[in-house]
Ligand binder design. Structure first.
Ligand code: CP
Length: 331
């Protein structure tokens, strides 16, 4: 074994997460998160190549909700690591779920093929229950309205690569509906725990569930600010001194029409002029959106400017998911 490979394997095992499941961002300690980022940085070299660490390991993707990024980037990550993948993208139709097999039985059986399972599910309560029946480690690929921890991992990693730190960064997480924004919940935990100054901006009636804010305040002993019922003007005032505006995708309440969605998102619309104005004063505001985004939700002029982090995060998502698979499989 070469010295760089020996060193990488040592880093992977040094995170001390082999055989564990990753259900919540809080399953990794602060120290483990930072060690995972260091492993992922080493693996960036293989984003477009291959490192044959896990030729005999198999990942099963069980996605009970549609996905482009999460499913494909996990698949890419496992291939880059030399492993194999079974991808079930529509299990309600193509698996025995269609024959009313329970999620518990599915998890139990799939564990016999999989060394790791990534599960996306529309019902976080059902997913949290079923995961108890899996005998292989499970990754939460987005569960209900609860958490989407690997999205937070990749967004935290993108910030860490951009700034070299998370601590002290000013971040506003904003959406018309932060109840349903599972990426926002995971990101709020991760940012607060790693020392960022976090503001949550939403209508009061759809604020982040207290389960999240209370846990941050009481269990972790950290501060998190909430700003309610802003409008486009006050929101754009708020973001002027922020380092990042974080926009969790799909933040419209279920059933909202495109017109209704546009109307409610208008209060949280990042004006390109605000970014430009602050840039001229020497302060850069980055913007990330977890995607997918809907028409009218964002000013598309941001896409091709240095403020944009959302497409930059896509490539990082492969390295960080390679990192996560590695620390769970163990080298
Ligand atoms: N951000 C995200 O989870 O995207 P997908 O739904 O396409 O996986």
């Amino acid at each position: 074994m070469t010295e760089p490979m020996r060193s990488l394997k040592k880093m992977i095992n040094g995170v001390d997460f082999v055989g564990k499941s990753f259900i919540s961002i809080n399953d990794l300690s602060d120290e483990q998160l930072l060690k995972l980022f260091a492993v992922s940085k080493e693996l960036e070299l293989f984003n477009r190549g291959q490192i044959n660490i896990f030729p005999d390991r198999q990942l099963v993707l069980l996605f009970f909700q549609p996905s482009t990024r999460t499913r494909m980037s996990f698949q890419t990550a496992m291939h880059r690591l030399g492993g194999s993948v079974i991808s079930e993208a529509n299990p309600k139709v193509t698996s025995s779920t269609a024959k009313e097999e329970s999620l518990e039985d599915t998890m139990r059986c799939v564990s016999e093929y999989a060394d790791i399972i990534t599960l996306r599910h529309y019902d976080d309560v059902a997913a949290r229950e079923a995961v108890k029946y899996a005998t292989s480690p499970v990754i939460n690929g987005g569960w209900g309205h609860w958490e989407h921890p690997t999205q937070a991992l990749l967004d935290l990693y993108t910030l860490w690569r951009k700034f070299g730190r998370i601590e002290g960064l000013k971040v506003t997480i904003a959406a018309a509906d932060l109840i349903e924004a599972r990426t926002g919940h995971s990101m709020a935990y991760g940012l607060a725990r790693l020392g960022a100054d976090v503001t949550l901006a939403s209508p009061k009636e759809s604020k982040v569930p207290e389960e999240v804010t209370q846990r941050i305040r009481k269990e972790f002993g950290l501060t998190i600010r909430e700003e309610f019922d802003l409008n486009k003007k006050t929101f754009n005032e708020l973001i002027k001194d922020q380092d990042l505006v974080y926009l969790p995708g799909c933040s419209a309440p279920a059933g909202a029409t495109a017109e209704h969605f546009k109307q409610i998102m208008d209060d949280y619309f990042v004006q390109y002029e605000t970014l430009q104005e602050q840039e001229e004063k020497g302060h850069r505001i980055y913007v990330t959106h977890t995607l997918p985004r809907r028409k009218g939700e964002m000013d598309l002029r941001i896409d091709n400017t240095p403020h944009q982090l959302y497409f930059e995060a896509i490539l990082h998502s492969v390295s960080v998911r390679m990192g996560l698979l590695s620390i769970m499989l163990g080298a």
